[in-house]
Design a binder for this molecule. Structure first.
Ligand code: COA
Length: 231
């Protein structure tokens, strides 16, 4: 009986082509592996997101708590057609992006969270998720909303996204914006970098373990020494 009810609580699953891993050389010269993870990674990712719930600076708390809920919802089979991509350097988690297929044609961008800052990890991972929606899931457009001024600068202004007023983004909130295939083609060479295939040894090392900084290190990376004092 319980399993019967559980099957009613679980959403149906659409076919979603996988995101092929790539490697990006970041500003330190290190190689960041960008790859898709499955549900098994969620408990580890939640540990990394948890400290952000207590960091109001730059809106990490609201983005963190929503991302936490989305990942948990996916883990518990309560979100439909969700995916998650991560960036790792030497196995260490640098950032997380997620979203879902709203319809076969429309992608719903959820969140971008950079744990390592100052290396435009967020820029790279956001571009990777746009790439996933428009090239691998082969959707027509992505719906994007911003919850922070940094996010607004990075996505709405940088990509010149198109405002949309006749619908609501799934996250609610402010009017949202659309990345169309045409805009993507115009911006891709400038904003989306990385090489494929990801070298096998790098990918194997990334898949072997998602290493996490300690809770204190996450706070330090996000706030930075000067910023922590000013908090
Ligand atoms: C938005 C976000 C993904 C962008 O990631 P990113 O491109 O890697 O950018 P960073 O976070 O490293 O830096 C953003 C700016 O803050 C500065 N900054 C703030 N705190 C910093 C820190 N502790 N260390 C280094 N730089 C810091 C950077 O210098 C940079 O300035 P710039 O815009 O003039 O280049 C990331 O800031 C983030 O996760 N923010 C919280 C969640 C969020 O707002 N998500 C987007 C929702 S729409």
């Amino acid at each position: 009986m319980d399993m019967e009810i559980e099957s009613l609580l679980r959403p149906p699953e659409s076919h979603m082509p996988p995101y092929p891993a790539k490697v990006i050389t970041v500003a330190t010269g290190k190689k960041m592996v960008v790859r898709q993870v499955d549900r098994k990674a969620v408990p580890t990712l939640l540990k990394a997101v948890l400290p952000t719930l207590q960091i109001p600076r730059d809106y990490y708390d609201i983005v963190g708590v929503r991302l936490y809920a989305e990942l948990l919802g996916w883990y518990r089979y309560r979100v439909r057609d969700h995916y998650c991509l991560i960036g790792q350097v030497d196995g260490y988690l640098m950032g997380i992006v997620n979203g879902r297929m709203y319809t076969p044609e429309v992608g719903m961008s959820y969140h971008t969270l950079a744990i390592e800052r100052g290396l435009t990890v967020g820029v790279h991972l956001f571009a990777a998720k746009m790439e996933h929606h428009l090239e691998f899931l082969d959707q027509n457009e992505v719906w994007i909303t911003a919850e922070s001024p940094i996010g607004f600068r990075r996505w709405m202004i940088e990509y010149g996204l198109v405002p949309k007023t006749d619908a609501q983004h799934e996250l609610g909130g402010a009017s949202f914006y659309v990345l169309t295939k045409e805009l993507w083609k115009a911006n891709k060479a400038r904003l989306c970098v990385g090489d494929r295939p990801c070298p096998e040894d790098l990918l194997a090392a990334a898949e072997a373990e998602i290493k996490l900084p300690s809770e204190e290190e996450v706070r330090e990376k996000i706030l930075g020494a000067k910023r922590r004092q000013a908090k």
